[in-house]
Design a binder for this molecule. Structure first.
Ligand code: SF4
Ligand code: SF4
Length: 67
C-alpha cells in the first residue's frame, strides 16, 4: 500500500502539494516546524493512491512515496 512520507522539517509551507492531490488528503498542519512554517501533512494515508503527484510538485523534495 502506498504511503506518503513528509520530511516536515524541510517544508516551507508553500502549499503547492495541496492542490495536486486527487484524493484531497494533504493539509497544512496546525503546528510549526523548526523553520517556523506550518508543514504539509497527509490526513488519511489509507486513501493514498500512490500517484506521486505531491512528491513531484514539491520544490523542496519534502515528500517520498513508500510502496
Ligand atoms: S501520492 Fe497522490 S494520492 Fe497520495 S498523497 Fe500524494 S498526491 Fe495524494
Ligand atoms: S510543496 Fe513541499 S514545501 Fe510546499 S507545502 Fe508541500 S511539502 Fe511543503
Amino acid at each position: 500500500m502506498p504511503r506518503p512520507v513528509f520530511h516536515e522539517e524541510k517544508c516551507k509551507g508553500c502549499e503547492l502539494c495541496l492542490d495536486v492531490c486527487p484524493m484531497g488528503i494533504i493539509v497544512m498542519s496546525q503546528g510549526f516546524n523548526g523553520k517556523g512554517y506550518h508543514p504539509a501533512a497527509c490526513v488519511d494515508e489509507t486513501k493514498c493512491v500512490g500517484c506521486a503527484l505531491c512528491a513531484k510538485s514539491c520544490p523542496d523534495l519534502v515528500i517520498e512515496i513508500n510502496e
